[in-house]
Design a protein around this ligand. Structure first.
Ligand SMILES: Nc1ncnc2c1ncn2[C@@H]1O[C@H](COP(=O)(O)OP(=O)(O)OP(=O)(O)O)[C@@H](O)[C@H]1O
Ligand SMILES: [Mg+2]
Length: 289
C-alpha cells in the first residue's frame, strides 16, 4: 500500500485579525504519488488549508500528520521535502529571473539545475530580464520553476494555471504529470474543472470551510452526472438539438432515426461536465445551511 503523505483530521482555523472562521471541519488523506485536488468556490478555504499544510499558519485546531508524524514536530527539514507555488507569486522585482532563482536556491540543501525547466516554461529568452518587467503569466511560470528548485517530494500548487494562456497551461500541466510520474505527490487547489479532469486522481469539494465530498473525477461524473445524451443534428438546413435519456437509448426510435439518416453533427453523453457537478455540489450544500 502506498505511504500516506498527509493525514488531516478535523482541521479548523480562524483568522485572528478579523475572526473569520475559514476552516470548520476539514479531514482528508493524501497518499504518495497522487494528485489531490482541493476544489471549491472563492473563499471556501482552499488556500487556508494549503497554508496550514505548509506551516505558514500555525494556530489551527485538529491534527495534521506528515508521513505519520505530527506536523508540529517537524523542524525546518520539512521545507527540504516540499515545493510551494502559491497563488500570488512573490519575487524580487529588481532582480532578474535567474537572480531570483539563485537566491531561492540557496535556501535549500538540495537543488536542481533549473535552466532546462526555465526553457520548458518558455522563459529561456527572458531569464536575464528584471522580474518587475514580467507579465502576470511570466511570473506565474517563474513561480512554478521556483516551486521545483529543491527537487521536492511534495508539491503544493495553488491555482497553478491561473492567468496562463492554453499553451502555457498545457506545459505546466505536463510538468505536473511528469512530477507525478517520478513518484511525486501533488496537492493542488483550483476552480478550473479542466485542471481537475486532466490532473487529479482524487478531489475534495470544500465550501465554507467544510469538506463536502471526496471522490475521483470519474466517480463524481457517474454519481452526479445526468445519464443522458445530447445530439445536435441538422434538419431542413438548420441545426437542432435534443436530449435523450441514456437508459434504453438503443431502443429509442427517434434517436435511432437521427443516427440512421446521417444528420448528426455532434453527440455528447451528459456525464461529462464537471462544471455542472461543481455548481451542484457546492450550491446544494450551501442551500442546506
Ligand atoms: N489573511 C487573511 N486574513 C483574514 N481572513 C482571511 C485571510 N485569508 C483568507 N481569509 C478568509 O478566509 C476564508 C477562506 O479564504 P481562502 O483564501 O482560504 O479561500 P480560497 O478557497 O482559497 O478562495 P479563492 O478561490 O478565492 O482563492 C475567506 O472568508 C477569506 O476572507
Ligand atoms: Mg485561494
Amino acid at each position: 500500500m502506498a505511504e500516506t503523505i498527509f493525514e488531516v483530521k478535523n482541521l479548523a482555523f480562524t483568522y485572528p485579525k478579523n475572526g473569520v472562521q475559514a476552516l470548520k471541519d476539514v479531514s482528508f488523506r493524501v497518499e504518495k504519488g497522487e494528485v489531490f485536488g482541493l476544489l471549491g468556490p472563492s473563499g471556501a478555504g482552499k488556500s487556508t488549508t494549503q497554508k496550514i499544510l505548509t506551516r505558514l499558519l500555525k494556530d489551527y485546531g485538529g491534527l495534521v500528520r506528515y508521513r505519520g508524524k505530527n506536523l508540529r514536530e517537524y523542524g525546518d527539514g520539512f521545507y527540504e521535502d516540499i515545493g510551494v507555488g502559491f497563488e500570488l507569486p512573490v519575487h524580487f522585482s529588481k532582480l532578474t529571473a535567474v537572480e531570483n532563482m539563485d537566491f531561492f536556491k540557496r535556501l535549500y540543501q538540495k537543488n536542481i539545475d533549473y535552466s532546462s525547466l526555465m526553457e520548458r516554461v518558455g522563459l529561456g529568452e527572458d531569464k536575464n530580464r528584471l522580474v518587475g518587467e514580467f507579465s502576470k503569466g511570466m511570473k506565474v511560470r517563474l513561480n512554478f520553476v521556483r516551486a521545483l528548485l529543491n527537487d521536492p517530494e511534495v508539491l503544493f500548487l495553488d491555482e497553478p494555471t491561473n492567468g496562463l494562456d492554453p499553451a502555457n497551461a498545457r506545459i505546466i500541466k505536463d510538468l505536473v504529470w511528469e512530477f507525478k510520474e517520478r513518484g511525486g505527490t501533488v496537492i493542488l487547489s483550483t476552480h478550473l474543472m479542466n485542471d481537475v479532469e486532466e490532473l487529479c486522481d482524487r478531489v475534495a469539494f470544500i465550501t465554507q470551510g467544510v469538506i463536502r465530498e471526496i471522490s475521483t473525477p470519474r466517480e463524481l461524473k457517474i454519481k452526479h452526472g445526468r445519464r443522458e445524451v445530447r445530439v445536435e443534428y441538422h434538419e431542413n438546413g438548420r441545426t437542432k438539438d435534443k436530449v435523450f435519456p441514456l437508459d434504453g437509448i438503443g431502443d429509442n426510435p427517434e434517436f435511432l432515426e437521427i443516427l440512421k439518416d446521417g444528420s448528426v453533427e455532434t453527440i455528447h453523453s451528459g456525464e461529462t461536465s464537471l462544471d455542472e457537478i461543481f455548481i451542484k455540489v457546492t450550491g446544494e450544500e450551501i442551500s442546506h445551511e
